[in-house]
Design a protein around this ligand. Structure first.
Ligand SMILES: [Zn+2]
Length: 259
């Protein structure tokens, strides 16, 4: 295409200013700058643990798998100390400018909300790490509350109410996708006129269908991701950079144009 990095940023800003229904889609790459490891990257968690040991089926049927799973969470801590980065704040700012329909995210870290996007505009396709839920009665507990019990020595915490099995409200390998979130994400994607992918390699389905729905409906596609994605050739603008700096620069230009 022969555009300079500056011209690419300018083009994204221009697209944002002229769009009416902007959907931002984010993956692990938006949170790595906050220090959250990309689980799939070299050195990531799944190079140290085996995903087959942490499937939904195993969790449900094998007490040892549940024990291992809580031990792994104990190693992680609760992500309380993790902070939103420039990319999260830029997306929050997009919303304050009246330029955000919603964020669809593959992340479970809750950083979009802390970066200024209202809760009701964040669709969490892979669940959230903020809550632990009882698989029997559905009661939800803040993760901090349950991790305190694990820290205090409970190897496999259970529900205070019904003694049912507790599990983080994230979607495990092999666990069905949340139906209403997936439907809503598809609807918003199809309804968008600008779809911005940030920090996702678009290889995990069905999440990766969202930009395809958007394209089918005639939306412009922008992809900001360090590595390649399977649909790069359909992108109106493609930027191979880290999310934080790019998004800050994009927002600067957007604000200039709107004023
Ligand atoms: Zn319960």
């Amino acid at each position: 295409m022969g555009m300079t990095p500056d011209e690419l940023i300018e083009e994204v800003a221009e697209s944002i200013v002229s769009a009416k229904r902007i959907v931002v889609f984010t993956g692990a790459g938006v949170s790595t700058e906050s220090g959250i490891p990309d689980f799939r990257s070299p050195g990531g968690i799944w190079t140290r643990f085996s995903p087959e040991d942490f499937t939904y089926q195993k969790f449900l049927t094998d007490p040892e798998a549940r024990r291992r799973s809580w031990q792994m969470l104990k190693m992680f801590g609760t992500m309380k100390e993790v902070k939103p980065n420039a990319a999260h704040y830029a997306i929050g700012e997009l919303d304050r400018l009246g330029k955000l329909d919603c964020v669809i995210t593959q992340n479970v870290d809750g950083l979009h909300q802390r970066g200024g996007v209202p809760e009701e505009k964040v669709i969490e396709l892979h669940g959230t790490f903020k809550w632990v839920k009882c698989l029997s009665c559905g009661r939800r507990y803040p993760i901090e509350e349950i991790m305190e019990r694990v820290e205090a020595g409970e190897e496999v915490p259970d529900c205070e109410e019904c003694h049912g099995m507790l599990k983080t409200a994230t979607i495990a390998f092999g666990e069905p996708m949340p139906v209403s979130e997936t439907k809503e994400a598809e609807r918003r994607s199809r309804n968008s006129d600008l779809f911005i992918v940030i920090g996702s390699s678009l290889v995990v389905y069905p999440a990766a269908y969202m930009p395809i729905y958007a394209l089918e409906s005639g939306a412009k596609l922008v992809i900001i991701n360090k590595g390649p994605t399977p649909i790069d050739r359909y992108a109106h603008v493609r930027i191979y950079e880290k999310a934080g700096e790019v998004m800050s620069r994009v927002l600067e230009r957007v604000k200039k144009r709107l004023n």
